[in-house]
Ligand binder design. Sequence first.
Ligand code: GLY
Length: 578
Amino acid sequence: MSKAKTLFLALLLPLSLSLNLATGQTASPLVRYDTSYDIVSPVRAQHGMVASEQALATQVGLDILKRGGNAVDAGVAVGFALAVVLPNAGNLGGGGFMLIHDAKSGKDVALDFREMAPAAASRDMYLDAAGQVIPERSLYTHLAVGVPGTVAGLALALEKYGSMPLKDVIAPAIKLAQQGFEVSPTLAAKLAAERGHMERWPSTRAIFFKDGRPLQAGAILRQTDLARSLRLIAAQGKSAFYQGEIGKKIVAEMARHQGSITAADLSNYRVVERTPVSGTYRGYQVLSMPPPSSGGVHIVQMLNMLEHYPVRDYGSNSAQNLHLLSEIMKLAYADRSEYLGDPDFSKVPLQGLTARAYAAELVRQIDPERATPSAAIKPGQPQAYESDQTTHYSVADKYGNVVSTTYTLNMNFGSGIVAGGTGIVLNNEMDDFSAKPGVPNAFGLIGGEANAIRAYKRPLSSMSPTIVLKDGKPFLVTGSPGGSRIISTTLQTIVNVIDHGMNVAEATITPRIHQQWMPDQLRVEKGISPDTLRLLAQKGQQLAPSATLGRTQTIQMDAGGFYGYSDPRNPDGKALGY
Ligand code: GLY
C-alpha cells in the first residue's frame, strides 16, 4: 500500500452527485477526501502479523510465526496464552469460533467449539415453581456452566490445519502461567468489578485475591494449577481435559456444588466443522461465522442492504449514513430474534436471510428521512442484549493463511468459579440461552423459541470472526468482543475499509454506533459531532450515549505486506508483525 502524504481535497461537486437507487435521494459530497494518506498509521510488516487484546499473547503468536509456524500454529498458541494473560475472557473453560483460510487448499472453514448444554439441561432449569426466572442462577452458579469447547477446538485446529506439535504451541502459555505476569490496571479493574462473584469460591480466591482483596495493578499473577493443566494437555492432548485428570476435577467440582456437567458430557463433546456464511460486498467476498452464531448471517444480510446505497458518498459517520446503518441494523436484529438458534436443533433460514432478493425487499421499508420505530418493524420477541466479555484475535502468515478467532467465558471471568485444582475459570455461557423464551430474565435478557434450552444444544452467539477475500485471497481479518455489539462493530469495520477507504487503524478508531432493534435505541460512542446527533434526532432516532462499542483486532493485507491494528479501546492489546 503506497501512501502519498499529501492532503488533497478535490472539489467534486458536479461529478459526485450520485443517485440513491433505493430511495431516489441524491448524495452530494462537497468534497471527496483523498484516502491515500494516513491520519493514524497501522502497524506494518512484511511476513506476518498478530493482533490480540493482550500484548504478551500477541508476542507469543509472533514468535511462532518467526519460527516458521503458520497462522493456525500461532492462532492456537495465542488462544492458550490468552487463557493465562487475559483470564477474564481468554480461556480453557469456555468456548468459541475459529475461521481459517487455508492457502494451500484454498479452503475456508469455520470451527464451532461453542459450549454445549449438558445432558441434564432442560428448558425450565432456571425457573422456580411459579415459572419465574431465579436471579443469577444462569450466571453465577455451577448450573451456569456449559460443557467447555475451547481445548477441543484449539487441538482440532492444530491437528488439521497447523504444522507444529501441541507441546510446542502450549509451551509459552505454560511459562507465562508458571512464572506469572504483571497485572495491568485494566485487568485489576475487571477483577475489582467482579469481586462479588469471585470471592465466594475459595478456589478462585486462591488465585486472583491476595490478603482478602482482588489483585491490584502491578501485582504478579502466578497460576501454578493452570500451568499444571496446560502441561497435562501438552503431554496428553485434549483427552487430559475431556477424559483425564482435568476432566475428573471438573466433574468433582460439579458434584460438590450441584452442577450438572458429568464425565459423559465432557467425553461426548465434539467440535463441529461448519461452512462459513458467505456473501459479496462491492466485489469482495465476505466470510463469517454461521449458526450457532448469528453474526455472519446478519453481517452478510446488512451488507446486502448497504449495497443498495452510495455509502461512500454519504460519508463516514454523517447523519445520512448513521441513519441508514441504524435502520438496517433494526431490520437485521429483528430477524435475529425470530430465526436464529443452534442449526442442529431448529431450522435456520440461512439462504433466505442472506439472499440479495430479501435485502432488496427489506430496504423498501427504509425511510431515508424518518426512523421507523422498532415496534413497527416487527411485533414480538425482542432479543437478548448480551454481555461483552469476550475476546477476538487475528493472525496472518507469510504462506497466505489467516485465522480469525473469537472465544469467550461469556461474562468477565465467566461464572467466577475456578474448578478446584485446575486453575481453569469456568464459563457461564448457559446464560446465552433464553432462560424463558419470550420473557425477560433477571438481567433483562429476552430471546425466542429457537434459542430455548435443550440438552446438548449450543446457545446462540453473536461472535463474528470474519475474513474478507479479494480475488480469492485474504484482504481483511477482523472481529470483536461485545455481545450483540460484535455484529454491528464488525460491520462498521468492513464498511470503513471498503466504502470509506480507511486503513485498519482509521477504521478502528472511528466512533461507532449500535442499534439492535430492541430496545429502540441508537447507541453512540463519544466523538460523533453534536450537529450529526441533532440531525439524527430530527429523523426520529432515539439516541443513547454509550460506553465503548466493541474492541476490534484487525489485519489487512495486500502485495505490499500486512497492516495490523489493535483497538485502543483496550490499552492492553497489541498488533505486532515482522
Ligand atoms: N457470550 C457472548 C456471545 O457468544 O455472543
